[in-house]
Design a protein around this ligand. Sequence first.
Ligand code: ARG
Length: 466
Amino acid sequence: MSDKAWDGVFSEQTDRRVELFTESISFDRRLYAHDIEGSLAHAKMLAKVGLLSSDECQQIEQGLGEIRQEIEEDRFPFRTEWEDIHMHIERTLIDRIGDVGRKLHTARSRNDQVSTDVRLWIRDAIDGLDIALADLQRAFVERCETDHDCILPAYTHLRRAQPVIAPHYWLAYCEKLQRDRERLTDCRKRVNRLPLGAAAVAGTSLPIDRQDVARQLDFEDVAANSLDVSSDRDFAIEFVFALNLIAVHLSGWAEDWILWSTDEFGFLQLPESFCTGSSIMPQKVNPDVLELIRGKTGRVVGALQSLLVLSKGLPLAYNRDLQEDKIPLFEAYDLVNSCVRIAVPLVRLTRLNRESIAAKLDQGYLDATTLMEELIRRGMPQRTAHQLTGSLVKIALERNVPLHELTEQEMRRVHSDLDRTLLEVLGVKKAVEAFVSYGSTAPSEVADQVSRWRERLGIPSTAHAT
Ligand code: ARG
């Protein structure tokens, strides 16, 4: 007969093809540390409530400690016929310490065990990712100082729109990453509830103390319905959704920098050590890291789809389908984690091509809105000011000159009230300085924001921050 944990009721051995089809050890071995952590807390609780003697508990603790060490040192044999990480650890414990090991699974099922393991794993993943995201924010904030006086065009519809200072761009990415961090923190609250003790589906008739396990494992709360926790992976889906927005944010930034580093834009000099070449075209220096950040996002989005489709229409409570959750979960995390980490040095090492940016700032009428707002300030209704400025741009376009080169005569042709004093507000530098509203690119506003970010991220303050 086989040596399965469930073989009491079976009279046939599991087909080898089924073992290979149903195994999850090839991917859930990654949960080993969290599985052991959960088992240790469970055993201690069993001892406290009298379901294990303190000697038995000690033997279990020691056995689990040794197993953990063997896995860490790559000395642990994994075998597909033992199905998953939970069975591997329990089976090995029983082999080592005999009948005492057979008590560990008291008042527990793999259904609540796997949910516990995955929650512990996600908790660690969130904490590590939060640190990496803060590093990326720091990299952007630290750029603000070096780039404080560089003016860049802001785009809408990928058409030149208005001038902004470079730190305004860098802080835009910081804001997005901050919301990503907040989403992770918020998601962590729902991840951080103890499922263990729900057992298979209905709980247990044994006198367990779930609050005690929750305290030991630092869970904020104990899941209140055994059917619910046995069946649901919403916490994992939510985490992967949070990962998706990080990936989407990074891919937008990557796209900006891919464009900006082209000869056509010429805004950025990417570090050569972060570019790769072509096997046929000798002149190519390609932004592959950025392209792969953009590209990997597709797989992260796919992972979310997988989890949602996996979960839809499942009847209460545990179903084996749920075993498949770990593949997209781990994949999404690995992808996003690697993207965030590679982005940090790239942000630090990339340089703005100040001259080539400045040389083109006169193009695209970035100061047209400033002119319109000056007319509004002089008492003109916005719609009229918009129309008159549009007509001025049209004349300038025909002559291919910037707005400040329009003649008095050309201006009067548009409206008799217009004169060249109006043009004193023009030029990208003056346009930037004219901004005043909160959240705008006004240099003093941005400087305030930079110091706020430095404080928030624990970056020592300097003489001038923008
Ligand atoms: N490997 C399984 C999973 O990841 C563990 C739970 C299995 N439970 C069961 N009754 N077959 O979902």
